[in-house]
Ligand binder design. Structure first.
Ligand code: DP6
Length: 361
């Protein structure tokens, strides 16, 4: 599909008002997206587990307005006005306007809340932009009931990407791939697709415990980090590596080869952070406790042969990945050994999930 496929058809009716609510999960990348070109096109393909418990629920109420000059919206986060999110939403609406021309017909009241603790430091842009995109597509569906279901989800992912790249991997489950790759049919830089190859059952219920190492504001945002891949001395090799890691993953995901899965996933996480440390200006998002945790995971894996591994996103938190069959012992290990490295002892148990869902009422 191309950009033109996302231009809307004729709207048959414009309701005076209405309200839609969607819940969209967060995701954790196995092969990382790091580096992009305008507008929101990834420098390399990526793939992620869709999560379940960590999610954003967003309601959008819409009401016909008299003028069509400009966007009109109010934003509430956990019930309170949230004006500092408004510029990001404004930019998002400007980017998607040509695909959803009804945006200037209505005044919108957007209410959003996260399932995870407010200041946990978990990036909510993926789940937040995915939930908002699902709501906007739901409104489009009301205006154009002929819109078919598969286009509905693909276009939601397309819109979400324009809000935040990784958000396009949060509309569907359980493994979503984003970024054109010659060996992955239907893969696209424009939206995420459900992983089209065999997935061993072990990965369909994989567990992810998010260890909250540092809850404060990050020193360098993802958006800035992506930009620093321009002119980065290792960028081209890194992008090629991501392409080949997606090829390597295919048999690993089909066979459930956990040893190779662990090696690939941990290498991706450390490469992401190596790119940060070798940017100019260079920066580091890992904290001493991030490293303490990684070392303890390696020791535990060596001693017990439990197939547990880590990955990192653009921050200090550690995602601990393990099969559901090992849940009990790994969660004991977390409680007894790793919790002490988490800020206020906080961590969140999550698991691979199925993607965005509509909430009635
Ligand atoms: C390290 O999707 O947050 O989590 O497109 O600028 O919103 P923007 O960036 P974002 O970057 C995510 C980077 C990452 C890796 C990943 O999720 O693939």
């Amino acid at each position: 599909m191309t950009e033109n496929d996302f231009l809307p058809g004729d709207y048959q009716n414009l309701p005076e008002q209405g309200k839609v609510t969607w819940k969209a999960p967060s995701n954790i990348a196995l092969v990382k997206y790091w580096g992009k070109r305008p507008v929101q096109m990834p420098a390399n393909p990526s793939i992620s587990f869709t999560l379940d418990a960590c999610a954003t629920t967003t309601s959008v109420s819409f009401e016909k307005k008299n003028t069509k000059d400009g966007f009109s919206f109010d934003l509430f986060f956990e019930g309170k006005p949230k004006d500092d999110f408004k510029p990001k939403i404004q930019t998002f609406l400007e980017r998607i306007e040509m695909y959803l021309p009804f945006l200037k017909e209505y005044h919108f009241t957007i209410g959003t809340s996260n399932s995870f603790p407010h200041s946990s430091g978990i990036a909510s842009s993926a789940s937040g932009m995915a939930a908002l995109s699902m709501c906007l597509m739901d409104i489009e569906k009301q205006l154009n009931p002929k819109l078919d279901d598969s286009l509905f989800f693909v276009k939601a992912s397309y819109l979400a990407r324009l809000g935040s790249g990784s958000a396009c991997r949060s509309t569907k489950g359980n493994l979503v791939q984003w970024g054109a790759h010659q060996n992955i049919p239907n893969s696209s830089d424009l939206y995420g697709i459900e992983y089209p190859f065999e997935i061993n059952p072990v990965f369909k219920s994989y567990c992810d415990t998010i260890l909250l190492v540092h809850k404060g504001q990050k020193q360098v945002s993802s958006t800035v980090g992506h930009q620093l891949m321009h002119g980065h001395p290792y960028a081209e090799n890194r992008f090629e590596q991501a392409f080949s890691n997606l090829d390597r993953l295919k048999p690993i995901l089909a066979d459930g080869n956990l040893e190779e899965f662990i090696e690939l996933v941990e290498s991706e996480a450390l490469t992401l952070h190596a790119m940060m440390m070798t940017s100019m200006p260079y920066f580091m998002l890992m904290k001493p406790d991030t490293l303490e945790i990684i070392n303890k995971i390696w020791e535990y894996r060596e001693a017990t042969k439990t197939p547990v591994c880590f990955t990192l996103d653009a921050g200090a938190n550690v995602h601990l990945l393990y099969p559901e069959a090992d849940k009990e012992k790994v969660q004991d290990f977390i409680k007894n050994e790793l919790a002490e490295h988490c800020q206020n002892g906080q961590y969140i148990h999550d698991q691979v999930g199925l993607g965005a869902i509509k909430i009635n009422g």
